[in-house]
Design a binder for this molecule. Structure first.
Ligand SMILES: [Zn+2]
Length: 206
């Protein structure tokens, strides 16, 4: 009996070990991943790119629960997840024109089959980039396609539709030129200056 318990314990340790080995190895090879690290540390200076507003009301603070290229579900994504309870007001991080709205989704969870249910708003910016705001609650879009929105304008209410473990806002910016889809890193104005956001940190919109 004791031998059996020991064996099971060892097996468990082994599977944890392999899990760690696997996750440690499975990082993205996307060159943007290295680039964002250097930008976060200030090793690369970037004075020309657009400075985005945090996508929530002034004075509010939220935690980034997943940063760029993190291993859980952003492995290949230059995207940010802000932890937010359902119904939190989401604001435009940059002015532009709404080109897509989906708000009829009602389902969400951590299964692939939920992915198409994620409600979202997509805003096109003057330089051709687009920002996506994902997982809004059912009927949680407060804009419609064709609307011009100002930076800081409330555009929707957060939720948990689509592929999501808990209510949060998934935010990303990309550029698509000639059928090519290119992810874009974004810097934000925070209460502590202009930053490339990191996972597990809290940021206040000044
Ligand atoms: Zn996400």
């Amino acid at each position: 009996m004791r031998n059996l318990l020991n064996m099971l314990r060892q097996r468990k340790l082994f599977s944890i070990f392999f899990f760690l080995l696997f996750t440690a190895c499975s990082v993205s090879k996307n060159p943007l991943r290295q680039q964002v690290k250097q930008l976060q540390k200030g090793k690369i200076k970037d004075d020309t790119s657009y400075v985005y507003a945090l996508p929530y009301a002034e004075g509010k603070t939220f935690r980034v629960i997943q940063g760029y290229f993190s291993r859980f579900s952003h492995k290949e994504r230059a995207a940010l997840d802000f932890n937010m309870k359902r119904g939190t007001e989401i604001t435009a991080a940059r002015e532009g024109v709404v080109i897509r709205v989906k708000e009829d989704g009602t389902l969400g969870g951590l299964k692939k089959k939920f992915r198409p249910h994620g409600n979202n708003v997509i805003i096109q910016h003057a330089d051709g980039t687009r920002a996506g705001y994902w997982h809004l609650q059912h009927n949680g879009a407060l804009v419609t396609a064709g609307d011009t929105v100002q930076k800081g304008q409330v555009i929707g209410l957060s939720g948990k539709t689509g592929y999501a473990l808990s209510p949060h806002l998934h935010f990303l910016v990309w550029r698509s030129s000639g059928g090519q889809w290119q992810q874009v890193l974004t810097r934000f104005l925070t209460s502590k200056g202009i930053k490339y956001l990191k996972g597990w940190k809290r940021y206040k919109n000044p």
